[in-house]
Design a protein around this ligand. Structure first.
Ligand SMILES: Nc1ncnc2c1ncn2[C@@H]1O[C@H](COP(=O)(O)OP(=O)(O)OP(=O)(O)O)[C@@H](O)[C@H]1O
Ligand SMILES: [Mg+2]
Length: 164
């Protein structure tokens, strides 16, 4: 399991860019962590690295923001304000399942089983002045992704702790 230490917000953004550079053609990513853990910082950097221009709004109130990518669509969700998982139906989940090549879901815990299963779970938590990101693959696709990520970084995303 990869568990890089992210000393500052720039390091979080750099991880997002590396995830973008190594991403598979279709993937579901769950971003877990407390308020302010850096989920949006990571998602925004990933989208930016994929070529999304203009403002990248936080889906705090809209619950979802969608972006066109060259090979499909990216869906950025923030389910913090979701009342119950049934509300997800109003977001057009079926259509989204077909259209979205990349899912970035903040607060996936609130979506329950209405959400597609993750290929990669990224957990962010406070550590010293920065954050620790724990990347946990949940599918073969996710495993391959982490392997490419580690290879691209020369193995440096493998932290010394958090790998239990
Ligand atoms: N590695 C890091 N070290 C220190 N600060 C960071 C790091 N990564 C992000 N931050 C900062 O943490 C703050 C909160 O980040 P962000 O909005 O991305 O959190 P979030 O997890 O999306 O929160 P929420 O659950 O409220 O949506 C921002 O000011 C961001 O710059
Ligand atoms: Mg956020």
């Amino acid at each position: 399991m990869s568990a890089p230490f992210l000393a500052d917000a720039e390091a979080t953004a750099a991880l997002g860019a590396r995830l973008a550079a190594t991403r598979p053609t279709r993937a579901v990513v769950h971003l877990e962590g407390e308020l302010g853990a850096g989920k949006s910082t990571l998602a925004r950097a990933l989208l930016r690295a994929l070529g999304v221009m203009g403002t990248i709004r936080s889906p705090t109130y809209t619950l979802i923001e969608r972006y066109a990518l060259p090979d499909g669509e990216a869906a950025h969700l923030d389910l913090y304000r979701l009342g119950d998982a049934g509300e997800l139906d109003f977001l057009g989940m079926d259509e989204l399942q077909d259209a979205a090549a990349l899912w970035l879901v903040e607060w996936p815990e609130r979506g329950g089983t209405a959400l597609p299963a993750p290929d990669l779970v990224i957990r962010l938590r406070w550590e010293a002045e920065g954050r620790r990101a724990v990347l946990e693959p949940r599918s073969v696709l996710g495993q391959d992704w982490i392997q490419r990520l580690d290879a691209a970084a020369g193995g440096s995303t493998t932290g010394t702790s958090g790998s239990t």
